[in-house]
Design a binder for this molecule. Structure first.
Ligand code: 26V
Length: 822
């Protein structure tokens, strides 16, 4: 009887219009009379949502009955961006919507751009998680993402008078993509104490008692796959005060303020995403977030497993949990606690289950990003977990001692507890000990962690526990959605869109690298994408840039290790060089637009200074009539996923110039090359594998190698006095003489390179960088050759699909099979 009532949603243009209008009039209670673009977006989103929900429900049902292993991806960040365009693509009815919206008086692009980005992440790590969800669904893996439902995502950035200003990102006003599950709640405990008691068989048992309770409420979002009915789930936990007796009594006694205070304190846990990446500050609220999310997710996973009524030993056959960096490491401890304290398993049996369940991905070697929590802090917040950590450590150290008797140094080096003042829990060690596989995110990075942070662990566990899975990106969003015309051109040559699910098929493009007609179309598309970006720049900054100029782009979080300072110092060098040129020399130059974008962590003063220097240089250069179109310097405000979709397809060259050995992978490097841009970069992260795939002649590599970094740093600190490269010296002189405004503001930035050890080796790589940029200028003059390089590069980018990456995780780490809808 139920079945005949089930609706599948619209399929034709008329049905789409019916549904959209119905939603606007009834669901949103708006009169069509004043239907604006936002209302049109809302109605369209709701119409597509209806289509998704049907498949979402069916997928969840199918996965429940299938009785097979599922993947749970635990990440504190999912940088999803907009959902509507992706939903349209995956449902396969974008053209229907386009025609329908046109009938209703709207342009589909304007409607799509009404959506607020879901910006629950900082940068690469969060966007990687989002690409993984897309691949998991597309490849029909039964998989869930778990995260927090932050009320505020990553802040919005304004540039005011050349300085970054942060604006809160309240994104939940109207979010049609989330579904509150007020019936799915978990009570999460904090603080309290541990009670020891005699168990049934006379053994000492432990129980965590007292403290306070906060409630976790689930919010779900559908994750549709491309060209498949599989629609997975992203579950976000929101915190609220537990609606217990206590609360009520306070309220009843007239203690309204204190009762409201408790509520606010509870809601604070999921209030805001921490805006640092690569800097661990050890704040209690952050630890609360981590435990709250791990405990709620594990409760959910265990509850689902228990419904199957299988023996506990089958847990790792049904559940694979991947830890996205160390942020969810407490999940390891929490599962051990559930198994021994609540389910009454023996320690060893429980620990075998735990280690067979977890995999850990490391995303950085930067020491300041490696998480450590103070023992007293943890003792107070999570007393039972700290005990379990000590027990894990004891067992581990005993094992190490058996393997390496008498090596005391080794024991203190690998101990989970750092014997500092105060003592600290080293989360990367705990994650490694509690997982069966540890992986890095690009070959160089995986090699580096094997020989640095995890060196001892490789000799303890053997090399097989440590592996590499090179990152990837989803070609659906980063080629087809961001660059529809290029995708269409490729499809016309390849005879369809199969490359969107098997990116290696791009290799068939290579034969067209010399095809005149094809190259012309290719160039036209690049030009149109540059015009679109130039319009965005014009609209937002008021500066007009020439779309015929070479677009040189560096967009990513601002960090000293990513070396935006090297880029801007190079720009200043270019400016000074042009100023000294004769008119004849100038005529030979290719005009350039240097484009920067990215957010600085609010407390990262040096990064903010870099932004200010870029803006100050722009202020001078862009208004120098003598320079005209030869050089423009642009700062694009509030770089985010939806801006990246406009920026990425518009590059001629993009910059990936981190100090060798510091950028674990990078993923925007892949996005830019896939969109027909060349890159200038160091031998770092995935740049190395990109070079291997596309060929050395298609990339502009420069700078020192990772293996030389240590010696170079040593030389800066202990070597004899340095003579600065004369070009770089001229740049500093210009800055210090006030060419770009008050020089005092840039003192610390200049000094960090000149006097304070130049930790990121800017001066060591400067001349190599400048020379390589000259090679870029030369190469750009030969457009035939340039376009051939771009086409050849794109044709060889198949390896960098996140589908390949997920396949490797599935086979090597999770041991899961797809569940293909009939
Ligand atoms: C660390 C911390 C430390 C505590 C405070 C908040 C916070 C937030 C994020 C992180 C993670 C830092 C690691 C990271 O983001 N790694 C990036 O991962 C990308 C995906 O694998 C990779 O492409 C980038 O190269 C890498 O920097």
């Amino acid at each position: 009887a139920w079945k005949k009532h089930t609706k599948k949603g619209f399929t034709t243009k008329d049905e789409f219009e019916d549904e959209t209008v119905r939603h606007i009039e009834t669901t949103l209670a708006r009169s069509l009379f004043n239907c604006d673009e936002l209302a049109a977006y809302s109605g369209t989103a709701l119409a597509f949502r209806d289509r998704l929900i049907v498949e979402w429900n069916k997928t969840q049902q199918r996965q429940t009955f299938a009785d097979q292993k599922r993947v749970y991806y635990l990440s504190l960040e999912f940088l999803m961006g907009r959902a509507l365009d992706n939903a349209m693509l995956n449902v396969g009815l974008k053209d229907v919507a386009k025609d329908g919206l046109k009938d209703l008086g709207f342009r589909i692009e304007d409607v799509i751009s009404q959506e607020h980005d879901a910006a629950l992440g900082n940068g690469g790590l969060g966007r990687l998680a989002a690409c993984f969800l897309d691949s998991l669904a597309t490849m029909n893996y039964p998989a869930w993402g778990y995260a927090l439902r932050y009320r505020y995502g990553i802040f919005k950035q304004q540039i005011i008078d050349g300085y970054q200003v942060e604006i809160p990102d309240y994104w939940l006003d109207f979010n049609p993509w989330e579904f509150p599950r007020h019936d799915v709640t978990v009570e999460i405990q904090f603080y309290g104490w541990v009670r020891k008691y005699q168990g049934e068989n006379g053994k000492t048992k432990a129980s965590w008692e007292g403290g306070e309770i906060v409630e976790a409420v689930a919010y779900d979002a559908p994750i549709p796959g491309y060209k498949t009915a599989t629609t997975n789930n992203l579950r976000l936990w929101s915190s609220k005060a537990a609606s217990g007796e206590f609360d009520f009594q306070k309220f009843n006694n007239g203690e309204y303020e204190s009762s409201v205070g408790d509520q606010q304190r509870a809601e604070t846990i999921s209030a805001v995403l921490y805006p640092n990446d690569n800097l661990d500050r050890g704040k209690e609220l952050r630890l609360k977030q981590q435990y709250f999310w791990c405990a709620a997710s594990l409760y959910d996973i265990v509850r689902r497993f228990k419904k199957s009524e299988k023996a506990w030993s089958a847990f790792p056959d049904m559940v694979a949990i991947q830890l996205n960096d160390t942020h969810p490491t407490l999940a390891i401890v929490e599962l051990q606690r559930i198994l021994i304290d609540i389910e009454a398993l023996e320690w060893d049996e429980a620990w075998t289950i735990v280690t067979n369940t977890f995999g850990y991905t490391n995303h950085t070697v930067m020491p300041e990003a490696l998480e450590k929590w103070s023992v007293p802090l943890m003792q107070n917040l999570l007393p039972r977990h700290l005990q379990i950590i000590y027990d894990i450590n004891m067992n581990f150290l005993q094992m190490v001692e058996r393997k390496f008797p008498k090596d005391r140094e080794m024991l203190s080096r690998v101990s989970i507890i750092e014997e500092s003042q105060p003592k600290m829990v080293r989360m990367a060690y705990l994650a490694t000990i509690g997982s069966h596989k540890v992986n890095g995110v690009a070959e160089l990075h995986s090699d580096l962690i094997r020989t640095t942070v995890f060196r001892d662990f490789v000799s303890i566990y053997g090399p097989d526990k440590f592996t590499n899975v090179t990152n990837g990106i989803t070609p659906r969003r980063w080629l087809h959605q961001a660059n529809p015309r290029l995708s269409e051109l490729i499809a016309s040559k390849l005879g369809g869109y199969e490359f969107l699910t098997d990116l290696t098929l791009l290799n068939k493009l290579e034969q067209f690298a010399d095809d005149k007609e094809f190259k012309k179309e290719w160039q036209e598309i690049k030009y149109a994408n540059k015009v679109r970006l130039a319009q965005h720049i014009g609209n937002t900054t008021g500066i007009s840039v020439n779309p015929k100029a070479l677009f040189d782009i560096q967009v990513k979080r601002i960090h000293e290790y990513k070396r935006q300072q090297l880029n801007i110092l190079g720009v200043i060098h270019r400016y000074l060089t042009i100023k000294a040129m004769s008119p004849e020399e100038r005529k030979k130059l290719a005009p350039r637009v240097s484009i920067f974008g990215g957010k600085a962590a609010p407390g990262y003063w040096m990064a903010k200074t870099v932004i200010h220097l870029v803006c100050s240089v722009g202020e001078v250069v862009n208004h120098d009539k003598d320079i005209g179109d030869l050089l423009k310097v642009i700062y694009i405000e509030d770089y985010n996923v939806s801006k990246a979709e406009i920026i990425t397809p518009a590059s001629d060259i993009s910059e990936h110039i981190s100090t060798a050995g510091t950028e674990a992978s990078g993923t925007s490097n892949m996005k830019f090359v896939l969109n027909g841009g060349l890159i200038i970069g160091t031998c770092d992260g995935a740049n190395i594998e990109i070079t291997r795939e596309i060929g050395e002649s298609n990339i502009f590599l420069f700078g020192n190698l990772a293996e030389d970094v240590e010696d170079l740093r040593h030389a800066h600190t202990y070597g004899n006095s340095f003579t600065l490269d004369p070009d770089l010296s001229r740049v500093f002189t210009a800055i210090r003489s006030g060419t770009f405004g008050d020089a005092a503001r840039f003192n610390a930035l200049c000094n960090s390179i000149v006097d304070h050890g130049d930790y990121y080796l800017v001066s060591d790589d400067f001349s190599s960088y400048v020379k390589t940029q000259e090679l870029v200028d030369e190469a750009y003059k030969d457009q035939e050759e340039w376009v051939a390089k771009c086409i050849q590069s794109v044709s060889r980018m198949g390896f960098f699909s996140s589908d390949r990456c997920i396949q490797e995780y599935a086979d090597m780490i999770w041991n899961v099979e797809p569940l293909v809808p009939q």
